[in-house]
Design a protein around this ligand. Structure first.
Ligand code: PA5
Length: 488
């Protein structure tokens, strides 16, 4: 049986059905299908060119539009990552650096996995969530090596991690594309100081255990790794944080967790090719983009419920939440992601989804074949038994029945939903799924007319924080005064 498969089904008018309260009519779908196909084709065209070309249409739109088109070409560079590690796919924008990088990653991961070592991935947002998603879904839980991803500066949590670390056996990967993120730099400074002063190992020895994944040119971390001689891994400037799961950001930590990186990249490549070529009805990225777009622009859908029926896929909800929120929440547009977990949240949120305001789009994720099969005993003593649990029923059947029951109830209540079904959780399927979701967001950025690759709304709060911490300069002085006034 081929277990390498991610199926996608959409409940509602996309399949011509007419359930009670259906939100999308076939004519609406047909209309949006053309729009989606046009933008998806534009993305593939742009990628195929060695550089953006200035057409007459573009020239007529003016300088700003031309600039945007060149930037748009650069922004799509991350889609080349799954090809960049193997020379057989030809040259990518990343040159030859990544095939060497992959060798270094594999070598380091082998050493770290060979004993009860500790590996700390320090990063935040897009520089952490991809790694977290991969290790949660695919990590080898029986491995002796233990992985920590402190993606928050909560002092209690950092202190707890420090208590657990065996400093003589600790390795680190510090990840920041900009190289300037204050949370990442602070956590690194704290852990490095502790390793240096308390491990009893020489600084030279320790530096061999610290990787810094950042862009080559700018930022404090690039300078530090050069001047101090930490081990470098590249995170090129053209790869934006939340789209960096297939860069050394995601791959190094995944390799330490025992993930089959080759399978992951293969799944990503296959999804990239299929979403570029397959017609709308067989193309999950295009269909999902259509659902999002219709919901957001025509039906006042404001909430996106991410509902994995799998603890291993739970962090896919975290990862896609960031992708959707940071990429598309712009210029008054966007959809609010809500992270949930099946079955657990059937008992806390499903009431609202089915019977509350009709402003929700639901994405279900499930696994057809779990790694484990657990049988439910027919009864607990003589008095407690359920007739429908007789005949050797398994937890697997119960889980599947609950998921499908939720899907049907959503359908009956007129709540649009779609469903990613993974034949099993493996590296190939994860590479496939994450690529489909990335491409969905790329298409949506173009449909909504927003730049999916920046995050001006996040930068603003970073500036306020720096001002409060006393950063020097006129701009920060002004911001500090504002903050002081605000907090009375
Ligand atoms: O997706 C993004 O671009 C952000 O979430 C960044 O990854 C996050 O702010 C961390 O930035 P950096 O990688 O520069 O440390």
């Amino acid at each position: 049986m081929n277990m390498q498969k991610v199926d996608f089904t959409v409940r509602f008018a996309l399949q011509g059905a007419e359930p009670r309260g259906a939100l999308f009519s076939p004519s609406e779908i047909a209309e949006v299908e053309n729009l989606v196909n046009k933008e998806a084709a534009a993305i593939e065209d742009l990628r195929a060119k060695s550089e953006a070309t200035i057409t007459e249409e573009l020239r007529a739109k003016g300088e700003a539009a031309i600039k945007r088109e060149f930037q748009a070409k650069k922004n799509l560079a991350f889609l080349e990552l799954p090809y960049a590690y193997e020379p057989q796919y030809g040259k990518t924008v990343f040159g030859e650096t990544f095939s060497q990088t992959l060798e270094e990653i594999k070598k380091a991961a082998k050493i770290i996995r060979s004993g009860p070592n500790h590996f700390v991935h320090i990063g935040i947002g897009g520089s952490a969530l991809g790694a977290i998603t991969l290790i949660n879904a695919l990590g080898d839980s029986r491995s002796e090596a233990k992985i920590y991803v402190p993606d928050n500066v909560d002092p209690d949590w950092i202190a707890e991690i420090m208590r657990q670390l065996d400093l003589r056996r600790t390795y680190m990967n510090v990840v920041s594309k900009s190289g300037d993120t204050v949370e990442t730099i602070s956590t690194f400074a704290i852990l490095w100081e502790k390793m240096r002063t308390e491990s009893g190992l020489s600084e030279e020895e320790l530096k061999q255990r610290v990787f810094i994944t950042t862009n080559q040119e700018k930022g404090a971390l690039a300078e530090l790794r050069k001047s101090k001689g930490f081990k470098p891994l590249d995170l090129p400037d053209v790869v934006h944080g939340r789209f960096s799961v297939f860069s050394p950001m995601g791959l190094m930590t995944a390799a330490v967790a025992g993930v089959d990186i080759g399978g992951l990249l293969q799944g990503a490549r296959q999804a990239d090719q299929e979403t570029a070529q397959f017609p709308f009805m067989e193309n999950p990225a295009r269909q999902l983009a259509a659902l999002h777009y219709l919901g957001q622009t025509k039906k006042r859908i404001s909430d996106l419920i991410l509902l994995p029926y799998s603890n291993r896929l739970r962090t896919v909800a975290d990862w896609y939440s960031q992708l959707v929120a940071e990429s598309l929440g712009k210029q008054g547009q966007g959809i609010t992601p809500v992270k949930a977990l099946g079955v657990t949240d059937q008992h806390s949120q499903l009431q609202l989804y089915n019977d509350g305001p009709k402003n929700k789009l639901i994405i279900l994720f499930s696994i057809r074949k779990h790694a484990e099969t657990i049988y439910i005993p027919e009864s607990i003593g003589d008095n407690v038994s359920y007739d429908y649990l007789s005949e050797n029923k398994t937890l697997n059947e119960l889980f599947k029945a609950e998921c499908e029951a939720t899907e049907i109830s959503l359908y009956q209540n007129g709540v649009p939903s779609c469903h990613f079904k993974l034949a099993e959780v493996n590296a190939f399927n994860m590479g496939y799924l994450l690529t489909v979701l990335e491409k969905t967001v790329c298409i949506l950025g173009r449909l909504l007319g927003v730049n999916a690759f920046d995050q001006p709304g996040v930068e603003e709060s970073k500036k306020y924080a720096r001002a409060m911490l006393g950063k020097e300069g006129e701009e920060y002085k002004r911001l500090r005064q504002m903050v002081e006034k605000f907090s009375g």
